[in-house]
Ligand binder design. Structure first.
Ligand code: SF4
Length: 93
């Protein structure tokens, strides 16, 4: 699966996040429940990224270099798309 999604020529597999790493991240204080958006908002963010030309390899925002499945959890993060926060634009839709 990772190989299928791999499009970035600069980053190797070591930069992909597997399920176990994701679980560990979500258990860390940086991802405490009060710092996270709710599940519906998280999924809306992922959906917005899925339709974005800056989303690469099924994981990465090419504008900020962030792993979308990770940072989309955080209330403090926003979409860096120029002139349009695509996450905000998709919220509530
Ligand atoms: S620019 Fe915004 S919508 Fe596009 S991949 Fe980055 S975070 Fe997602």
């Amino acid at each position: 699966m990772r190989e299928k999604n791999r499009m970035c020529r600069s980053c190797g597999d070591e930069f992909a996040v597997n399920d176990r790493q994701m679980e560990r991240l979500l258990a860390s204080p940086a991802f405490a429940p009060e710092l996270r958006v709710n599940q519906a908002e998280y999924e809306a963010r992922l959906q917005a990224c899925g339709g974005c030309p800056k989303f690469q390899g099924g994981t990465t925002c090419m504008l900020c270099g962030c792993l979308v499945p990770v940072i989309a959890y955080l209330k403090s993060k926003s979409c860096p798309f120029p002139g349009l926060d695509r996450w905000a634009a998709s919220a509530g839709s």
